[in-house]
Design a protein around this ligand. Structure first.
Ligand code: NAI
Length: 319
C-alpha cells in the first residue's frame, strides 16, 4: 500500500489557523505539499485580527519537518494570498476555500452589516481567492478547488439567513467552476462538512463533538483534490463523523402544460400532483436538461378546466 502524496504541489488553505483549515494544513504538509497557511485571526464572528493563529500552525508544520508559510490577509484580498504561494513556492495547485465566520441572528433582527460581512467573507472571499488562482490553473492545465458549503445553506437553518444564502452560493459557484474548468483539468467540488470547532462548540454537546473530529473530514478532501481524480467534479458532498455522501438535485415528473391561454392559475393548481410527483425522478445536471422538457410541451393539448384535482384535492374550478 502506498500513501496518497502531494509532493512538489502547493496547497493554499484559507482560514487554516484553527478547526477544519488547520486539519487540512497539517495533513497536506505531512503528505509532502508546500502549504500556505492563511488566517486573518478573527473571532468566530469576524472580530479582531491576529497573525498568531496562522503562525502557530506554520510552526507545528515546520517542527514536523514540513514546508509552510503564513499569510495573514483576509480572503477578501485573495490576490495577496495567492501571491504568497507564488512568491514562496513558485506555484499554486490546490485551493481550499475554507475561511468562514458566523453572524447568527433571526431574520427579523438582521442588519445590513450582518448580511454584508457574511457575504464578503464567504462569497466574495472564495471568489477573490479562486479568481487569483485561476490563470495559474489554466496555464499549467492543473487545478483543484474545494469550496465549503453547509447544511445551513442546503436546507436552511434558523437564525442563519445570511450564512445560508452565502453557503448555498458556494454550490452554484462550484458547479460553474467545474464546467468552465473541465477543459483545463481544473476540478472543483463543494463540501458541506460537520466538525467540532469553535464554530460548533457552543451549539452541540461535548459527547457529540467527540465524534466529529475535523481530521475525519480531511480524507475526502484529499481524494478529491489529488491529481488521480480527473473525473469527479461539480460534486456536493456531506462529510463528517465518518460519514460521506454525495447529494444531487432531483426533479419531479412535473406538470407540462400547453403554452396558450389555457395556462391559467387553475391549470397549474390541477397539475399539482404531477408538479410534486417524485415517483420517477430525474437528476438534472445543467440548464440544457430543462430546455428539452420545454420542447416536449409544444405538442400538448390545451388544459381543460376542472379535469384534475388541485392541491387541496378539489376539482379546481378556478381559472
Ligand atoms: P473555525 O472558526 O474554527 O475556523 C475558521 C477560520 O477562518 C478561523 O481561524 C478564522 O480566523 C478564519 N477566518 C475568518 N474570516 C477570515 C477571513 N476573512 N480571512 C481569512 N481567514 C478568516 O471554523 P470551522 O468550523 O473550522 O469552519 C471552516 C469552514 O467550514 C467555514 O467556512 C464554515 O462556515 C464551514 N462549516 C463548518 C461546519 C462545522 O461543523 N464546523 C459546518 C458547516 C460549514
Amino acid at each position: 500500500m502506498s500513501e496518497l502524496r502531494f509532493d512538489n504541489q502547493t496547497v493554499v488553505v484559507t482560514g487554516a489557523g484553527g478547526g477544519l483549515g488547520k486539519a487540512y494544513a497539517l495533513f497536506f504538509a505531512s503528505r509532502g505539499a508546500n502549504v500556505v497557511v492563511n488566517d486573518l485571526g478573527v473571532s468566530h464572528k469576524g472580530e479582531g485580527k491576529s497573525g498568531k493563529a496562522a503562525d502557530v500552525v506554520v510552526e507545528e508544520i515546520r517542527a514536523a519537518g514540513g514546508k509552510a508559510v503564513a499569510n495573514y490577509d483576509s480572503v477578501e484580498n485573495g490576490d495577496a494570498i495567492i501571491e504568497t504561494a507564488i512568491k514562496t513556492f513558485g506555484r499554486i495547485d490546490i485551493l481550499l476555500n475554507n475561511a468562514g465566520i458566523l453572524r447568527d441572528i433571526s431574520f427579523k433582527n438582521m442588519k445590513d452589516a450582518d448580511w454584508d460581512l457574511i457575504n464578503r467573507v464567504h462569497t466574495y472571499g472564495a471568489y477573490k481567492c479562486t479568481r487569483a488562482a485561476w490563470p495559474h490553473f489554466r496555464k499549467q492545465k492543473f487545478g483543484r478547488v474545494i469550496n465549503t458549503a453547509s447544511a445551513a445553506g442546503l436546507f436552511g437553518s434558523f437564525g442563519q439567513a445570511n450564512y445560508s444564502a452565502a453557503k448555498l452560493g458556494q454550490v452554484g459557484f462550484t458547479e460553474t467552476l467545474a464546467k468552465e474548468g473541465a477543459k483545463y483539468n481544473i476540478i472543483a467540488n463543494v463540501i458541506a462538512p460537520i466538525a467540532a470547532s469553535r464554530m460548533t462548540a457552543t451549539v452541540m454537546p461535548p459527547d457529540v463533538l467527540e465524534n466529529l473530529k475535523p481530521e475525519w473530514v480531511v480524507p475526502l478532501v484529499a481524494v478529491l483534490v489529488h491529481s488521480s481524480n480527473t473525473t469527479e467534479t461539480g460534486g456536493i458532498y456531506e462529510v463528517g463523523g465518518g460519514h460521506v455522501a454525495k447529494l444531487r438535485w432531483e426533479r419531479a415528473k412535473g406538470g407540462l402544460l400547453k403554452t396558450d391561454d389555457s395556462l391559467t392559475p387553475g391549470a397549474i393548481a390541477r397539475k399539482w400532483n404531477d408538479v410534486n410527483d417524485f415517483s420517477k425522478p430525474e437528476y438534472p445536471t445543467g440548464p440544457a436538461d430543462f430546455m428539452g422538457l420545454l420542447e416536449n410541451g409544444l405538442n400538448m393539448p390545451s388544459a381543460q378546466p376542472g379535469e384534475e384535482p388541485d392541491f387541496k384535492g378539489r376539482v379546481a374550478l378556478i381559472t
